[in-house]
Design a protein around this ligand. Structure first.
Ligand code: C5P
Length: 283
């Protein structure tokens, strides 16, 4: 019994940090959107547990969120099974694109499916929230307002699909370091309803409170943002804690420009009860 699933990246269309919590996390409000840039994961019930990756740079031990998801699923369900997992990595790491969290969510969904759905979606999200703040979002349908540490999901209806570029420099940034360098006093204080409405009414207000601390840590990021803006995109914004940027527009072409990582993508949503799928026309 085998499944081959895509594991999509996400971007944060806006990200507002609200406060630092006693447990060290930050409360935030962010509009998350899954995109067509994706890893591919094959999950096969088999004789023994195996885990392989196309990218030699990702760890294959218990620090990988895929292994955490497999073990959490096994512990909660009490089911005895062995599984071979193979991942083809395309989503860059330390990019703010949620690759590791997406992989964990995909494993939770895939194992549940292969083992005839012992858990509800809410239960999968509950397990996911213990693995990482962004994991529950990837079990949503792809457009959601995320609050708390990011694990409290309010599903929103799909936005008008946009095509975009993802651009990332060679270096990454670790999420905890970016949050540590945040000055809460300088964070945005927007009327969330108004900002959400702006995305549905066609005059989107893109912003990310994590840009400032990321630019403080890596001033080259601000230079990269400015050079991307100079192409005339409708919006250029860092995703999550960086270091990737998304550039929104379907008319500007930077395919031949020399960036360490560049990928075309588009917004992607999944249908209830189905997993994310890439249609042929999408990138
Ligand atoms: O939940 P996750 O493991 O992805 O978070 C990684 C780290 O990022 C946390 O340990 C914390 O330092 C920081 N973080 C935060 N506030 C959030 C999410 C993450 O401070 N809302």
């Amino acid at each position: 019994m085998s499944l081959s699933l895509i594991s999509p990246a996400k971007i944060n269309l806006f990200l507002q940090v609200e406060k630092k919590r006693p447990d060290g996390y930050h409360d935030l409000a962010s509009l998350f959107q899954t995109i067509s840039l994706h890893d591919k994961i094959s999950i096969t019930l088999s004789e023994k547990d195996t885990f392989t990756s196309s990218d030699p740079n990702i760890p294959l031990d218990g620090s990988n969120l895929i292994i955490k998801a497999r073990e959490a699923f096994r512990n909660i369900t009490g089911l005895k099974f062995n599984v071979s997992i193979a991942i083809q990595k395309n989503i860059p790491i330390e990019a703010g694109l949620g690759g590791g969290s997406s992989n964990a969510a995909t494993i939770l969904f895939g194992l549940n499916n292969l083992l005839l759905n012992p858990l509800t979606l809410n239960e999968l999200q509950e397990i996911g929230s213990k693995i990482g703040s962004d994991v529950p979002f990837f079990l949503s349908e792809g457009t959601a307002l995320c609050r708390g540490r990011g694990e409290l999901i309010e599903e929103l209806k799909p936005l008008k699909p946009e095509s975009l570029y993802i651009v990332k420099p060679a270096y990454g940034l670790k999420t905890p370091l970016v949050f540590q360098n945040l000055d809460i006093e300088t964070c945005t204080k927007c009327d969330l309803n108004e900002v959400i409405r702006s995305f549905y009414e066609g005059h989107p207000i893109y912003f990310n409170d994590l840009e400032k601390p990321a630019f403080k840590l890596r001033p080259e990021l601000e230079t990269l943002k400015n050079s991307l803006k100079s192409y005339g995109f409708e919006a250029v914004l860092m995703s999550g804690s960086g270091t990737s940027f998304f550039c929104i527009n379907d008319t500007i072409n930077i395919d031949n420009h020399d960036f360490t990582f560049i990928s075309r993508a588009s917004f992607l949503n999944r249908k209830k009860k189905k997993w994310y799928e890439i249609e042929k026309m999408l990138h």
